[in-house]
Design a protein around this ligand. Sequence first.
Ligand SMILES: Nc1nc2c(ncn2[C@@H]2O[C@H](COP(=O)(O)OP(=O)(O)OP(=O)(O)O)[C@@H](O)[C@H]2O)c(=O)[nH]1
Ligand SMILES: [Mg+2]
Length: 228
Amino acid sequence: MARIEVRRNILEANENLALRNRNFFDANEVLVVNVMAAPGAGKTSTILRTIEYLGDRYAFAVIEGDMASRIDADVMAAKGIPVEQINTGNMCHLDANMIGRAAGTFTYGRPTILFIENVGNLVCPSEFSLGEDLNIVIASTTEGHDKPYKYPAIYLKADAVLINKTDLMEAMEFDRKMFCDGVAAVKPMPPLFEISCRDGSGLDAWVGWLTGQCERKFGREARKLAER
Ligand SMILES: Nc1nc2c(ncn2[C@@H]2O[C@H](COP(=O)(O)OP(=O)(O)OP(=O)(O)O)[C@@H](O)[C@H]2O)c(=O)[nH]1
Ligand SMILES: [Mg+2]
């Protein structure tokens, strides 16, 4: 009983901090994309490809979440992308407190997309709000088509689902229909994009959708400012 109470308190405290983050992001014209996936599904590759595709259309920042190492942050930094690494030690997810601190270190001057690469895990990240605008789940053909059935909670949170590594789809005998039926069993099918970070296929549809989300948010914030 006591354990359940403590857990509820932790999640409530996190929700309050997530709300604070959200207000900070809105005030600074930042669209926040929480990227969740299993280890190695292609989170870093997708973020990089997306930023490359968008060019100088927006400003970018990235928060990298890993239990240990700066490997992904170093990849971003080498490309000149503002990045903060969070090492979670023995924790398997990022929380709103960590994000609030890391996000406060960037300088924001114009509409910005902040990508949060969550810790590679299909369970814990689904429980912790960060103040994000969008939750993206990346599945990869190499991990198999049955994951929505086994890890429904993360798919329940998805505003869009990406299937990455489509260049390996045939070799992996990835069953697209079984995968989609699994997602649709959890919630009405969210937008689905099939991409390959290896050969670049499918990125136009994904980036087009993301751009639409940016235009909605940044247009709304600009209108709010004009009304003040
Ligand atoms: N064939 C193929 N390989 C890919 C693709 N996308 C990523 N990879 C490879 O998959 C491996 C993992 O990619 P990452 O982008 O590092 O994956 P991640 O989800 O960020 O991994 P962690 O941060 O370790 O959880 C790397 O060797 C990538 O080159 C793809 O579309 N096709
Ligand atoms: Mg990574």
